[in-house]
Design a protein around this ligand. Sequence first.
Ligand SMILES: N[C@@H](CCC(=O)N[C@@H](CS)C(=O)NCC(=O)O)C(=O)O
Length: 248
Amino acid sequence: MSLIRGRGTPRAAAHCFPRRHTVFHHRCGRALTTSFIMLRGSPWRYVLKLFYKAGACSLASHIALVESGLPFEIEAVDLKTKLTASGADFTKINAKGYVPALQIDIGEVLTEGPAIMQYIADQAPAKHLAPLNDAMARYRLQSWLTFIGTELHRNFSPFFNPAAGSDWKAAAMTSLEPRLEYTARHIDDRQYLLGDEFSIGDAYLFTVLGWAKHIDLDLGKWPALVAYQARVGARPGVQAAMKAEGLI
Ligand SMILES: N[C@@H](CCC(=O)N[C@@H](CS)C(=O)NCC(=O)O)C(=O)O
């Protein structure tokens, strides 16, 4: 983990913990095993670190990080061996064994894409990646994040699961089509899911729509979705995240 000067996380600010840690010094780029004391109100905090797999749902969190302008690091995970690129046992970082996982602080790893993306958005309020908490628009965003996660993402999953049989895939496709139709109708007269402004909901929807090309699903049936994909995909932040994952 890297340390940077900046606003401490609530957890870091609440603890004084003289401990021995391996940290990555962001200026000299060397890994250092060191002891340090993080004092209440310390100006130092850790750089966020996203554990990801190229092109998987973690791409949405990656896009959110780039769009947020926050400093962050990424580390790839091999989901078969459960090893990270630096050789760490990923199940010790996230016991669930799947991506995305966002390391926020020592002992604080946030999991579940929608929670991670909302955390990122709330750390960079000036970027308007999510409406303010308790605004009606925030609940609309959460409604979309849940819809994308449980109605779209989940129905794409069997196509990437070697254990999934043809019945499961057929049932998933039968569910996907009306849900994509609903999404296309919603997006037809809008730039983005919530209107004129890009949000983390778009990072997630863009990521999930990107999987259609890997399965037998022609998005050409929904021109509004194709146009939306092109619009979101042209954003510099989206391009940067995709480039970093080797997708373009
Ligand atoms: N509920 C989780 C689902 C995450 C998920 O489906 N991750 C997939 C990649 S898109 C994964 O890591 N699969 C590997 C596995 O389950 O072992 C979330 O929304 O973050």
